[in-house]
Design a protein around this ligand. Structure first.
Ligand code: GLA
Length: 729
């Protein structure tokens, strides 16, 4: 067992890979956090417990002044008994009060890891993971919280989740519930997080924490482009390659908040969970609430080490899809080729070129349904527009299949246009607040996914489409954020449940579709990468990373995304030039090098390609088949940082886990005349191995490549790039 409890010193010790996490039951019954860091064999951590009298730190009833909650590091913050940090839980009781005082009641340690009802969760066999369930109890309210910790044996990863149970005879209201709280004794750390915007998702920001409470959040209904449900805390000296870092990724796709608070003693509390601003949950007697899971990762090998652990955990213990270890079909998507202006003839002519060039799937994007010829109508009317697609999807898909291509289709299940048959039939199915107008985004409203009949309607309608033709892939989009989040069917005192119920309804629709179509490949999307989170990866193995397909912009977007999410999950396509988002012109080959680091495909009009471009496509298709195993299953090393203004060439490496080969990609965003000359050291190779670089035929030892490095070539034009393939001989 990787989890132990010592009856004598009352210490719980969790060993996850090469990391250890420890806490203890205090003599007064509270649970004090002791340690999280590199592995330690002994469990004698109790000496770290530090009661200390402070004049302005009140002691909770039945405790002495030095044991004040103000100074003791805890596993879960209490409310109203002297812990002045942001609480981890707020329960409003029948008497209107919100004070709670949770103390140890019991615990259970078991092999394996239970699933979370209706929520995404990491999984593992009895040999992979052990779980501790710690019961804390507040006597006055008769409410229990179950803190679950699952320690993965092979990885420095601990999954945590929380369940709240109302044992009392009265209804209580949960106003806040964090999924995990993490207290640090030495809180002078750097906060790393991933803010962004539409078409500029997941920039990397890093700054020292200060004596305040920082909140990273989404209140947009979806996890959002603007902040990702992730944060990391690193020691100031930590770099990409070295040093300590703690990362936390929330497995949730709705409104979240991460709170990071450095206190007067330089102790720090970090927590993450559902955003309390848009949340409340009614718990009737006997009812319970399960909060989403958070995955904690510890690394001593810098930011890169943390990322590689997240990647392995997500690939092996989160993504369930049939496709997770399979090579994804190279696709061509018609969006940037045609936008809404297509018919069956045009699609088939793209498909014919695709087949000739070795592309494996045609994806029909927005505009195939209802009367949708622009973005003002028809969302919700998921039946084919026969004016555009004569003979329906059955005929089109058959013809596409006959060309040897698979077929994929775009949906935006959660949305509804005012101008639609669905809206005329069910005007109250959208999120709205009676007596107020409903804000529109991209001319559309949002369906109330908290209503079971809405989920049923979508399930049945989508199944009908999927059953009508051989559709092997869907792109599941969501092109606006949520406003006027009210449900026509929820009572007044439960309207604050709707944001979370929306997410549960969306997850349920995914779950039902996956059950019925286990081999269906689903790509998540929300105006590009606006719902790129670990929660979604439980349902979909890949997500469209950004609507910005400019290869140079993608260097940053894919770098930031890769801090947490594996390359096998990142939708990356080669698109037209001048680029539709930035107007820039980048070499065709470079667009390929960048897209090869994701799921790979095309988003342009193949009919317009000249001979040179067609030849390049054939090369890119061959490169995908040759290198994709390294990208999808290997280790990612980010060798230079595109966010650093001093970076002249952006370089990254995909190395085979066994060190047998590596693919190194170099892209120079801008040509800097007489720019700096430098070397780059590779990673993840076998020091004693001899590697041949395929293009040049030059041989190097692994030690040489990793210690002395390579001279980075000088490129003479903006956007130039190159691939280097090293194979151990
Ligand atoms: C979103 C997606 C695009 C495309 C359009 C269609 O913006 O991110 O890829 O599917 O919607 O309307």
């Amino acid at each position: 067992m990787a989890i132990s409890f010592n009856e004598t010193n009352k210490v719980f010790k969790l060993d996850a890979g090469a990391s250890t996490y420890a806490f203890m039951i205090e003599p007064n019954g509270y649970v004090a956090h002791l340690y999280y860091g590199p592995e330690v064999a002994s469990d004698a951590f109790a000496y770290l417990y530090r009661p200390m009298e402070r004049a302005f730190s009140p002691a909770a009833p039945g405790t002495t002044a030095p044991e004040s909650r103000d100074v003791i590091l805890q596993e879960f913050g209490t409310n109203g008994v002297g812990d002045f940090h942001a609480p981890s839980i707020i329960v409003r009781q029948g008497n209107g009060h919100t004070v709670t005082d949770f103390k140890y009641r019991s615990h259970q340690i078991r092999k394996g890891k239970p699933a979370l009802p209706g929520l995404p969760a990491t999984f593992g066999s009895d040999d992979d993971v052990d779980t501790l369930e710690l019961s804390l109890y507040d006597e006055a309210s008769d409410v229990e919280i179950l803190l679950r910790y699952s320690a993965f044996r092979k990885y420095n990863a601990i999954a945590r989740s929380v369940q709240v149970v109302n044992h009392s005879a009265e209804t209580v209201h949960l106003e806040k519930i964090a999924s995990a709280a993490l207290d640090f004794a030495d809180g002078l750390l750097d906060l790393i997080h991933l803010p962004g915007a539409w078409a500029r998702e997941r920039s990397v920001e890093r700054h020292p924490v200060n004596h305040s409470r920082t909140v990273l959040e989404s209140v947009r209904g979806l996890s959002s482009h603007q902040q990702n449900p992730f944060f990391a805390l690193a020691t100031p000296e930590t770099t990409e390659r070295n040093g300590e870092i703690f990362g936390a990724a929330l497995l949730y796709s709705g409104n979240f908040a991460a709170e990071i608070e450095l206190d007067q003693f330089n102790q720090l509390r970090a927590q993450i969970g559902i955003n309390e601003r848009t949340f409340e949950w009614t718990l009737a007697p006997g009812e319970s609430f399960t909060a989403p899971e958070v995955l904690l990762v510890y690394s001593r090998d810098g930011i890169g080490g943390m990322s590689r652990t997240f990647h392995d955990m997500f690939r092996n213990h989160l993504i369930r899809s049939y496709w997770k270890d399979l090579k994804r079909p190279i696709l061509v998507n018609n969006w940037e080729a045609t936008y809404f202006d297509f018919d069956a003839k045009k699609l088939l002519s793209i498909a014919r070129d695709a087949a000739d060039l070795g592309i494996e799937m045609l994806v029909l994007d927005d505009g195939w349904f209802g009367r949708r010829n622009d973005d003002r109508s028809s969302l919700g009317d998921w039946f084919v527009n026969e004016e555009k697609l004569d003979g329906g999807l059955g005929k089109l898909v058959k013809e596409v299949n006959q060309l040897g291509l698979k077929f994929g289709l775009w949906f935006e299940p959660e949305m509804i246009s005012r101008e639609s048959e669905l809206f005329r039939a069910h005007p109250d199915w959208c999120l709205h607040v009676p007596g107020r107008g409903a804000s529109e985004g991209r001319n559309q409203l949002v369906l109330d996914m908290s209503r079971p009949e809405v989920v049923d309607y979508l399930y049945e309608t989508i199944c009908k489409v999927l059953d009508s033709a051989n559709i092997e892939y869907i792109k599941w989009d969501a092109n606006r954020h949520l406003t006027e989040v009210g449900s026509a069917v929820m009572p007044a005192d439960r309207q604050k449940e709707v944001s979370h119920r929306y997410v549960l309804g969306m997850y349920e629709l995914h779950e039902r579709l996956l059950k019925r179509y286990p081999k269906l490949l689903i790509e998540g999307c929300s105006g590009g990468g606006g719902r790129f989170d670990a929660g979604m990866l439980y349902y979909v193995p890949q997500i469209w990373t950004s609507d910005d397909t400019d290869a140079i912009e993608r260097l940053k977007i894919q770098y930031g995304t890769s801090l947490v999410y594996p390359c096998s999950t990142m939708g990356a396509h080669i698109s037209d030039c001048p680029n539709h988002q930035t107007g820039r012109i980048n070499p065709f080959a470079t667009r390929g090098y960048v897209a090869l680091s994701g799921t790979f495909g095309y988003e342009l009009d193949l009919n317009k390609m000249n001979d040179e471009e067609r030849a390049e496509i054939r090369k890119q298709v061959a490169a995908y088949h040759k290198y994709n195993h390294l990208v999808a299953q290997g280790d990612l090393y980010r060798l230079t940082d595109p966010f650093n203004p001093g970076t002249v060439v952006v370089i990254w490496e995909h190395a085979a886990k066994d060190g047998s080969e590596a693919l190194v990609t170099m892209v120079q965003p801008r040509n800097v005349p007489n720019g700096q000359l430098f070397r780059v050291r590779l990673c993840g190779l076998d020091p004693a191995g001899v590697y041949k670089e395929e293009k040049s035929g030059v041989c190097y030892t692994g030690e040489m490549l990793m210690n002395a490095g390579l001279n980075v070539p000088r490129y003479e034009r903006d956007g130039a790039g190159e691939l280097f393939h090293f194979v151990r001989i």
